[in-house]
Design a protein around this ligand. Structure first.
Ligand SMILES: NC(=O)c1ccc[n+]([C@@H]2O[C@H](COP(=O)([O-])OP(=O)(O)OC[C@H]3O[C@@H](n4cnc5c(N)ncnc54)[C@H](OP(=O)(O)O)[C@@H]3O)[C@@H](O)[C@H]2O)c1
Length: 280
């Protein structure tokens, strides 16, 4: 078996784009996402067109048993894992008191517990390779605290802090931990609709999942520990660090308010909570 890359949240958006990017670099893949999300078709497409192996597991990673199933699958099949991409995440902009806490609970479980558990269990497997990589997907939002992103932002801050500390802890070993902090990504149809309702300036900062995926994989493999895709985003981030805090907070408030407004405009049939959780 060739060196293998495991990607969580690989059925759509950034995860799917990263799967294709890794397959183009001739890595075998293990793809993970929720059941019925099109993983078998994606795996088949990748195998047929990109000449790599693509295994898939349909698991809800908010459940601990499923996280365990995933890590046991890797261990029991003696998989030569050399790249772990913790991408699966749910988010969105919500009024804290108006939302059902179940939504936040799922967000916390997927974005933080699943990510840290899978990493914990798979480090010994990654350590068997000459050189291995962990890429954790955080968000630019961690640098812009504001309303309506409380739990999402907190989970992404967890990922950032966790990645930094872990990379430090693994110094001297053969495992590199990188963290990806994207701003807006047009990762799926819902995100495209959401971003359509943003201001002209905001639209300018939105990137495609393919660009973000290729950039992130390339930079990670080149040894970059903190990855911010997009020249304009990097420039804006730098400018924001020069702003008075009050102005930065005001701009974040306007931005988040816009996102909530756009999110509420998107019409969807009355779906069970599990489906609503996919709105970022
Ligand atoms: N889009 C943005 O603007 C943006 C910005 C910054 C950071 N990010 C981060 O980038 C990552 C990917 O986001 P995206 O926009 O590409 O999202 P997406 O298109 O909604 O894809 C999310 C992926 O995670 C999977 N997933 C959701 N719930 C899951 C669960 N309980 N168990 C297992 N898999 C689950 C989804 O599977 P299903 O298809 O089966 O639901 C899907 O494959 C997330 O961590 C997100 O926070 C996104």
């Amino acid at each position: 078996m060739k060196k293998v890359t495991l990607i969580t949240g690989a059925s759509d958006g950034l995860g799917k784009a990263m799967a294709i990017s890794c397959a183009q670099k001739k890595m075998d893949l293990i793809l993970v996402a929720l059941p019925d999300s099109g993983l078998p078709a994606l795996a088949r497409f990748i195998e047929e067109n990109l000449e790599v192996k693509a295994y898939y597991l349909e698991l809800d990673l908010t459940e601990m048993d499923n996280c365990l199933k995933l890590t046991q699958y890797v261990k029991e099949n003696n998989i030569s894992l050399s790249f772990l991409i913790n991408n699966a995440g749910i988010g969105g902009s919500y009024d804290y008191l108006k939302e059902d806490f179940l939504l936040f609970d799922k967000m916390i479980l997927l974005n933080t517990r699943a990510l840290s558990f899978i990493t914990h269990e798979l480090i010994p497997v990654l350590a068997r390779q000459e050189k291995s990589y962990i890429l954790n997907v955080s968000s630019m939002i961690i640098h812009f605290d504001g309303p309506f992103k409380q739990i999402y932002g907190a989970t992404k801050s967890f990922i950032y802090y966790f990645s930094k500390c872990l990379d430090y802890e693994l110094k001297g070993q053969n495992i590199q931990v990188s963290v990806l902090c994207p701003a807006g990504v047009n990762s799926n149809i819902k995100m495209r609709l959401l971003h359509n309702n943003c201001s002209k300036f905001q639209k300018f900062t939105i990137l495609s999942p393919e660009y973000v995926a290729d950039y992130a994989i390339e930079k990670c493999l080149a040894g970059k520990k903190e990855i911010i895709p997009g020249k304009l985003i990097k420039f804006l981030f730098y400018m924001s660090s020069l702003m008075p805090k009050s102005l930065k907070r005001y701009l974040t408030l306007i931005n988040n308010k816009n996102l909530v407004k756009s999110q509420n405009i998107i019409k969807e049939p009355l779906l069970p909570l599990a489906s609503r959780l996919k709105v970022l």
